[in-house]
Every structure is written in structure tokens, then in C-alpha cells.
Design a protein around this ligand. Structure first.
Ligand code: SF4
Length: 261
């Protein structure tokens, strides 16, 4: 039996992009090419948590550099568009975060100046709505009853507002909070991207129902597009010679959630 996490996460919206890629990357994680961006992101987030907990920028950088020291530096150098070392990238991201977010910085971004400090970080939001179970983790929630949601990104990947809409929907429905605003803050690029206007609960609920229908549908067709050339699941994709059964009937949906973005 193949075990996959049952609760719907914000990242399950990837099912709209290519269901086959969604399935292959989750069913065969150990066979995917070793990525460096994901563990580097984890190191950056733990460095941010250290600073929110009161540690200095220098200590946060030292801790994060320890976390990345065993990663594949050669693979990193092939994929990093900035062509800096992994160590330097950690320094850049955490320094940008400190400068733009930390209350003691003189270059703090105006978006943060009126927010209560410190935020809640790594907030797990879970529960049931309309027969579906959800579990997702939000980087930072500022405020108490009326809140601002922030997703700190440490890579060059593009962001879409759907992720923030799902956060808003779940925070409202499962935590009873009112969301004032939400944004991505890319600490790799030093840029803030506000969410597009919230389309309303009914639209997000419909979208999440559509995600659930594909996720629990036991069929994950390939949807080829230009990104196939960069797809980490390509070697196992039937369209490119892989032999993965994309209509698996042996899935056991488990509550174990692992990484829950
Ligand atoms: S190679 Fe293309 S079609 Fe195949 S899984 Fe990847 S994105 Fe989907």
C-alpha cells in the first residue's frame, strides 16, 4: 500500500498544473533528483525563527550555514541564477530579511512598521470544512484577531495568489480570525508581492473542492507543457519513457502530514 497524506495542503493546488507531477513527486520522493533549494529554504526559515526569538543576525547566519554545509554545492552552482555560493546566498537572504523585517533595522519595509511584534511563526492550520480535511503551515501571522499573513520565500520561484487565498480561507474558517492583508516577501530578491484581491469564500471553497476531486480521484494524468523540460518527475513520467502507474488503486490516505505548506 502506498501512503499519501490525506489532508489537503495549499501546495496541492499543484494538481491543477500537472496531476502526474503531483503524484510522482509525492509517491517517489527518494527517486527525485536531489534538490538544494528546498533544504536551503528550510535553513533560511530556521534562521528567521532564530532572529524572531531574539538571536542576532550573525548567529542566525551561522546556524543556517551549518544546516546547508552538507548540501550539494555543485548542484547548487548549476541551478543558482545569481551565481553566488550557497553560503553567500544564506548570508544574502537572512541579511535582507533582517534589514526589511526586523524591528531594530533602520531600513525596515513600511509594510511591517505597524504590525505587532513578534509574529506567530510556522502556524499549523488544520481541521475539517465541508467533509474535507485540511492541514497547512503558514510562515507568519501578525496580530491577534485581525491579522496579516506573510509567506517568506527564499528562492527565485514565482508566487501565485491562490496560495495566499487558501491561507486566508483556512485562517478564517478554522481559526476564526479576520484577515486584513497577505503577501509574499521574497527575501532572495528583497521584494514584496501583495496578494491579488480575495475572490470570496465561495470561489476558494469551489477551488478546494476541485483540488479534492482530483486528489482523491485515483488518476493523475500528465498535463504536458513547456515546464516538462524542467520537471523533476520527468524520468518517471509515462510521456517521457517512465513506467509509473498513474491510475494507482493502492493508495492509503494517512493523517501523517510531514511538510505541510
Ligand atoms: S514531464 Fe510534464 S507531463 Fe510529465 S509529469 Fe512532468 S510536468 Fe507532467
Amino acid at each position: 500500500m502506498m501512503q499519501l497524506p490525506k489532508p489537503i495542503r495549499a501546495s496541492d493546488r499543484d494538481l491543477f498544473k500537472c496531476p502526474a507531477q503531483w503524484f510522482i513527486t509525492r509517491a517517489y520522493p527518494e527517486e527525485m533528483p536531489k534538490a538544494v533549494w528546498f533544504p536551503k529554504g528550510t535553513a533560511i526559515h530556521s534562521g528567521i525563527e532564530q532572529m524572531i526569538g531574539g538571536e542576532s543576525l550573525q548567529l542566525a547566519i551561522a546556524y543556517a550555514q551549518l544546516e546547508v554545509e552538507n548540501l550539494d554545492a555543485e548542484l547548487w552552482s548549476k541551478t543558482d541564477p545569481d551565481q553566488v555560493t550557497l553560503d553567500q546566498s544564506v548570508v544574502n537572504c537572512l541579511t535582507t530579511w533582517y534589514n526589511q523585517v526586523h524591528p531594530e533595522s533602520k531600513e525596515r519595509n513600511p509594510e511591517y512598521t505597524n504590525l505587532a511584534w513578534p509574529p506567530r511563526t510556522e502556524v499549523k492550520v488544520e481541521g475539517e470544512i465541508g467533509g474535507n480535511s485540511y492541514c497547512t503551515t503558514i510562515d507568519a501571522i501578525f496580530g491577534a484577531d485581525e491579522v496579516d499573513i506573510v509567506d517568506w520565500k527564499s528562492g527565485a520561484s514565482r508566487s501565485d495568489s491562490v496560495q495566499l487565498w487558501i491561507y486566508q480561507y483556512l485562517v478564517t474558517k478554522l481559526m476564526g480570525l479576520k484577515v486584513r492583508s497577505s503577501w509574499f516577501h521574497n527575501v532572495h530578491l528583497g521584494k514584496i508581492q501583495m496578494a491579488d484581491p480575495y475572490p470570496g469564500d465561495a470561489v476558494v471553497a469551489t477551488l478546494l473542492d476541485a483540488v479534492a476531486n482530483i486528489k482523491y480521484g485515483y488518476a493523475y494524468p500528465p498535463l504536458p507543457d513547456w515546464y516538462c523540460n524542467y520537471c523533476v518527475a520527468r524520468s518517471k513520467c509515462p510521456l517521457f519513457g517512465g513506467d509509473t502507474n498513474l491510475s494507482p488503486s493502492n493508495i492509503e490516505w494517512v493523517t501523517e502530514t510531514g511538510e505541510e505548506k
